[in-house]
Design a protein around this ligand. Structure first.
Ligand SMILES: N[C@@H](CCC(=O)N[C@@H](CS)C(=O)NCC(=O)O)C(=O)O
Length: 226
């Protein structure tokens, strides 16, 4: 059976993307959780993945596929419904995925995924707010161009683009980011996906904590009482 190597569910946003696609498709796979700490290089992961990072998918024959977007493309080879069928919509979905994969560094660095954590509402640094505004713009534009009968996702049916933005829904929840109605409704759609709920339940049950990431939250001084 194929195996997906993932990091701690509370923290590993890249792992969530690949895991969500496999679960959404209902594909059988074993998951193997390894401890991550946001390290730039982790030699322990080198035998699992060329880039020494998770997620990494090992096919039944042991072939390794790393980088979340490459795992998504591999799954789409046999499940083309993971991309919109219209060529222009597909191109737009790929633009959004590439933008997420390569960008949003401020959100990544200052708002790491930490599902257990909830902060009180607070003003964001202007450069972080700019990236948050871009996410809101992406979500709102996509939902505006998709009619209700096409489905509730960015391009109607669930696609790789939704998986790429899924961790952001958890982040906006953790950091109490206020959203305009259309973006909020899309965030709720993401959070309500049964696989997102399953991931969240496992994250909440995890006992391992990553001090560096939890400490970052404390620098805000805004942690809500548990
Ligand atoms: N560009 C990679 C990013 C993967 C990544 O940064 N993974 C982190 C966990 S979310 C990792 O494995 N870090 C190694 C460690 O912290 O030990 C992808 O899209 O898969």
């Amino acid at each position: 059976m194929q195996t997906l190597y993932i990091g701690n569910k509370n923290y590993s946003s890249w792992s969530l993307r690949a895991w969500l696609l496999l679960r959404h498709l209902g594909l059988p796979f074993q998951e193997h959780l390894v401890s991550v700490a946001g390290r730039e290089y982790n030699p322990d992961l080198k035998p699992l993945a060329g880039n020494a990072k998770v997620p990494c998918l090992h096919t039944t024959s042991g072939f390794q596929i790393w980088e979340s977007i490459a795992i998504a493309e591999y799954l789409a080879e046999t499940h083309p419904q993971l991309w919109p069928s219209d060529p222009l919509a597909r191109a737009r979905a790929r633009s959004l995925c590439a933008e997420m994969h390569a960008g949003f560094g401020r959100i990544r660095n200052t708002m790491p995924m930490n599902i257990k954590l909830h902060l009180r509402p607070h003003a964001l640094q202007p450069e972080v707010q700019r990236e948050v505004d871009r996410v809101i713009e992406i979500w709102t534009e996509a939902r505006t161009h998709t009619s209700a009968d096409q489905g509730p996702w960015l391009f109607g049916q669930f696609s790789v683009a939704d998986a790429m933005f899924a961790p952001v829904a958890f982040r906006f929840d953790t950091y109490a980011v206020p959203l305009p109605p259309m973006a909020q409704s899309y965030q709720e759609t993401l959070l309500a996906h049964p696989a997102m709920q399953e991931w969240k339940a496992s994250a909440l049950a995890e006992t391992e904590t990553l001090a560096a990431l939890d400490a970052l939250a404390d620098t805000y001084g805004l942690r809500t009482p548990a």
